[in-house]
Design a protein around this ligand. Sequence first.
Ligand code: ZN
Length: 347
Amino acid sequence: MIVDCHVHISACTPSHGGMSPRLRGSIPFRFMRWHFGIPGYGPSTEMALERLLVATVEGARELDAAIVVALDAVYDGQGHLDEAHTHLHITNDYVLELARRHQRILPGASVHPYRPDALRELERCVKAGAVLLKWLPVVQNFNPADPRCYPIYEMLAHYGLPLLAHTGGEKSLPVLDGSVADPALLEEALKRGVTVIAAHCGTRDGPGEPDYLSTFLRLARQYPNCYGDTAALTLPTRCYALPKVLADATIHAKLVHGSDWPILSLPAPWQVGMMDSLRLMREGNWMRRDILIKQRLGFDQEYWHRGAKLMRLANVSSLSHRARPDGGNQGQVGNDGHRKCPAPNES
Ligand SMILES: [Zn+2]
């Protein structure tokens, strides 16, 4: 089973979350809205985004499913909601709802570790079918090494739920604390047995930024439960990491497929050759283009299946509704409106 473990959605209605005026006016968001032809802000915008997401996942026919991640709001050190600094908020209920409506979408929860009901909310999401927990500490403004995160780690380890944590640079959303981009801050989670997927493998996202790739490489070698996703690694700013992670067999065996859609995916001509670069650019579906680029770069078979294995989805073969060459595996699942995979403690 092949999943894209790192896919985003935006929300434009209060019950699903929202975007701040600052974010809506930012260059990356204006570019994406222009590219995808999605104007406005409100229920109809949100519905257009959902249709775009579903069509994109359907078009990425190499995939069985995409994990669409929530993004919890910012909370301050006292555990109070910090609306002024929350620029993008995607509720857990929204991604759970999307997963119920669309067979090839799986929900990734997001719970800020400082909120007073963090454990209750995480457990609720696990029971509702979340397949991972997503953190973006530089934007959500917390430190993964803070002892307030330890109970979360205990719960993640208990349920076997992977933690997909952003590491390295960030350009799409306003950064509140760049110092928490260091993957070394996740070491306490690793020591407690959590399956950690360091999103972006600690790469920088622009010149002059700190580069944590070598820290990620050290952790991935040291901890069997440390993985890294390839989300946005095809960006010109981050693609310097690709030859390094592909050349090292130990690291290659720790990579998980993710695109970071709707972030642009670009083939670097100096990595894939000019002709292949032009061929790959003709694929207009950025989620699929990301797959084709990585196929061309030589990611091995295990790489494509690793995410599903980490999320224990591999044994839920009926999730896939891809047309198989043998005509089998056409079954529908999830029509009970709930889990497409059993919670680890139920399996
Ligand atoms: Zn992302």
